[in-house]
Design a protein around this ligand. Structure first.
Ligand SMILES: Cc1cc2nc3c(=O)[nH]c(=O)nc-3n(C[C@H](O)[C@H](O)[C@H](O)COP(=O)(O)OP(=O)(O)OC[C@H]3O[C@@H](n4cnc5c(N)ncnc54)[C@H](O)[C@@H]3O)c2cc1C
Length: 339
């Protein structure tokens, strides 16, 4: 089977690695960025308990990529705050892991081929283009959050925080993040549905003197997989990763879910119906989480009406603390839901 993987982010890189090992598959990757400009636009926070296994599937040791091992994350809620005890949340060199995953595979950089250019030569075209979703039908009513991010460096002793820090915006329209990357480096950025993210980050940069290394920006899709159907174009193209909504909306977290989605594709690539069902099943809770965030943003969240959903989200995260890399408490959840 001849497979084209278009878009070499976390999902595409994982697929290139896994599919290149299969004797009955020949795979070619396409990435629109030139190789020397290939980037991983993201804050690089994830949970090592899960990523270790996914990296191991690719013959890599996740520990080699860890930049900062989190102990606590302060979540500033304005008039209140919570300190989350971390148990596996880290920042890591996402670009280096992607580059190592794709080592020895065939990738054409600086190429964003049209679908009709690929169709004659390939049996399957994987759309792992993230937000773009160029090869799949356009979505109606999808929700994405605009983001901006800076990579910065602080002089020794001048770092504003020594661990992960979040500032939630009112009505949960988004948040500001400060994620340490080790040796005085950090990603600082924000995403906000209400579009206050640029102003907030500018003020933070003004307040805490630092050297700006790089500025990037792109929105993140938070509509869950159930709202991102169809996953195929009915011909040869099939979506994997953020292109079909594998982002945990409460945290804007897409690295683990998108890599999981790529893994589900590897397991089901010969039966796209089974792939679709596996994705919908795996990410079922993402629909509840998305509804909760949507209600908060729209100012329609009611503790009485939506208590069941909140309990469901809490039970899910509590039972999977190792997956989320943090201790989850009901009292913290209540505080967050009140902003
Ligand atoms: C600012 C920001 C910070 C984030 N921080 C975190 C975080 O800390 N932790 C976390 O878990 N998640 C985070 N996320 C979400 C996470 O980055 C994504 O959900 C995840 O990377 C999605 O992976 P993907 O491989 O599906 O798509 P992407 O990582 O978006 O990769 C898509 C790739 O496709 C390429 N491409 C696009 N169009 C074409 C085309 N037509 N032809 C060829 N190539 C194309 C792009 O250049 C890119 O390389 C963040 C998102 C943003 C925007």
């Amino acid at each position: 089977m001849k497979v084209a993987v278009v878009g070499i982010g976390v999902a595409g890189a994982y697929l290139m690695n896994r599919l290149s090992d299969m004797h009955d598959v020949s795979v070619v990757g396409f990435e629109r960025m030139r190789q020397d400009q290939h980037d991983a636009v993201c804050a690089w926070a994830t949970c090592e308990n899960v990523m270790s296994g996914l990296a191991k599937n690719c013959g890599l040791n996740f520990q080699d990529y860890v930049l900062h091992d989190g102990k606590y994350m302060r979540v500033d809620l304005g008039s209140d705050s919570v300190d989350l005890k971390l148990k596996g949340m880290v920042s890591y060199d996402k670009l280096k892991l992607i580059q190592d995953m794709i080592k020895g595979t065939e990738i054409r950089f600086g190429r964003a081929p049209r679908k009709d250019e690929l169709e004659p030569d390939f049996d399957l075209i994987v759309d792992s283009t993230g937000l773009h979703r160029n090869y799949l039908p356009r979505l109606q009513n999808e929700l994405w959050i605009p983001c901006v991010q800076y990579k910065v460096r602080y002089k020794p002793g001048k770092e504003p925080f020594d661990d992960f820090y979040l500032k939630a915006f009112p009505s949960m329209t988004g948040y500001f993040w400060y994620f340490p990357l080790g040796n005085g480096y950090a990603h600082i950025g924000a995403g906000d549905f209400a579009k206050g993210h640029n102003r907030f980050v500018d003020e933070f940069l003004h307040k805490h003197d630092c050297e700006v290394i790089k500025k990037v920006g792109r929105p993140v899709r938070i509509s869950p997989p159930a709202n991102c159907e169809p996953f195929t174009d009915g011909r040869k193209s099939v979506g994997v990763g953020e292109s079909i909504g594998t982002v945990f909306a409460l945290l804007g977290e897409g690295i683990i879910p998108s890599t999981w989605c790529a893994d589900l594709f590897v397991q089901n690539m010969h039966d796209l119906g089974a792939y679709r069902n596996a994705v919908i099943r795996k990410f079922e809770i993402y629909s509840t989480v998305f509804k909760f965030v949507q209600m908060k943003i729209a100012g329609k969240f009611s503790m009485i009406k939506h208590a069941g959903d909140m309990l469901k989200i809490y039970n899910h995260m509590k039972s999977e603390e190792d997956r989320y890399g943090m201790a989850v408490k009901w009292t913290d959840m209540l505080k967050v839901s009140k902003i």
